[in-house]
Design a protein around this ligand. Structure first.
Ligand code: DQA
Length: 149
């Protein structure tokens, strides 16, 4: 019988540790830990397990992305503002042969011009943006289909 790795990684980038306090009219009032526990319950109902990682540092995010190759079936990533300009994060994602899903809580296309560009979208399987904390849950559901559990 084929063993399927059902462990996924959820990465949050800079300033997402400030959720709950940060611009609540845009990002809502839930903290990152509230959001992560919702993701955990949602994922376990789909027989997925999740690890969570947040960092404000580009290099730490890159190290974690590289760990996906050996340790995970796929990765959900909200790279925060790095989304818009980090070629290093883009290259890290491209170097891993596992599905990545790009997530944003806000609808980046309805915001400032600089948020309309994502340098990571071309190396991700898809993008979910604009549904607040539910963006992550939609990504978990999409990931479950991608890894064919
Ligand atoms: C964000 C959108 C980015 O433009 C911003 O820099 C963030 C959060 C989102 O989740 O909507 O930090 O990725």
């Amino acid at each position: 019988m084929k063993m399927i790795n059902s462990k996924i990684l959820v990465i949050n980038g800079p300033n997402l540790n400030m959720l709950g306090l940060r611009e609540p009219t845009i990002y809502g009032s839930k903290t990152l830990s509230d959001i992560n526990s919702n993701i955990q319950s949602y994922a376990s109902a789909m027989k997925l397990t999740c690890d969570f990682f947040q960092s404000n540092c580009e290099g730490e995010i890159i190290d974690k992305i590289q760990s996906v190759q050996m340790g995970y079936a796929g990765c959900i990533i909200n790279a925060g503002a790095y989304t818009h300009y980090s070629y290093a994060i883009r290259d890290a994602i491209a170097s891993v042969d596992k599905p990545f899903i790009e997530v944003h809580m806000s609808n980046v296309h309805a915001r400032e011009e600089f948020r309309h560009t994502s340098v990571i979208s071309p190396v991700c399987k898809g993008v979910i943006a604009g549904f607040g904390a539910s963006s992550y849950l939609l990504a978990v559901s999409a990931m479950r289909d991608l890894i064919k559990l």
